[in-house]
Design a protein around this ligand. Structure first.
Ligand code: GRF
Length: 190
């Protein structure tokens, strides 16, 4: 008998390449998730176009007031019986009370080898510091920014001729590789 797939919401603010990748993964037999909903704060997020094309329900939440926006999101997540949230380039920080309501069920992908380079501009910082390696991390979301339990990481070598643009490209490729694996790992071992 086929296993029931976990209803998942992807939160995005931009391009949505991780959304695309997770959607592709969700269609495979091995996937424990089904993507039921896409949440964004940005009406221009390219990922919205992708969602529409692929018949994934999506919604834009204006962030004039964070707690109002979060309450609306929570209401919709509950209505849709969402059991897992995957942040994928979502540029808003979730409040403590939001995180509490989905404790252990919010994943994020971050473009550095955490705990190194929390926050923004990770690739620039790694290049400026002449690091030999960078990478990406999938972690659980906790109330401290980019600090929750690490589920999976992947190292990427920085070559002498890399700049933040080439590094971003290389890291993104690995993000697409590890995010599905991290999801499987979390759900098989919650
Ligand atoms: C990725 O680099 C991710 O690690 C970071 O935001 C970027 C999102 O890219 N949190 P995309 O929108 O999935 O292409």
């Amino acid at each position: 008998m086929a296993l029931k797939k976990i209803k998942t919401a992807i939160f995005i603010s931009g391009t949505g390449s991780n959304l695309k990748n997770l959607f592709k993964f969700s269609l495979t037999k091995k996937s424990p998730i089904i993507i039921s909903f896409v949440v964004t704060n940005n009406e221009d997020a390219k990922g919205i176009i992708f969602s529409k094309k692929n018949n994934i329900e999506s919604k834009i939440y204006k962030y004039f007031n964070k707690s109002n926006a979060e309450n609306k999101i929570l209401k919709d997540l509950n209505k849709k019986k969402i059991d897992l949230i995957c942040l994928a380039g979502f540029m808003k920080i979730l409040s403590k009370s939001f995180i509490k309501k989905f404790k252990g069920k919010i994943l994020n992908i971050h473009p550095s080898l955490l705990p190194k380079y929390k926050g923004l501009n990770t690739h620039k910082r790694a290049i400026e510091n002449k690091d030999k390696f960078s990478g990406c991390t999938v972690h659980l979301v906790s109330s401290k920014l980019d600090s929750g339990k690490i589920i999976l990481q992947k190292k990427v070598k920085i070559n002498k001729n890399d700049n933040h643009i080439t590094l971003k490209k290389k890291v993104l490729k690995q993000e697409h590789f590890i995010y599905p694996i991290a999801i499987k790992k979390l759900l098989s071992n919650p």
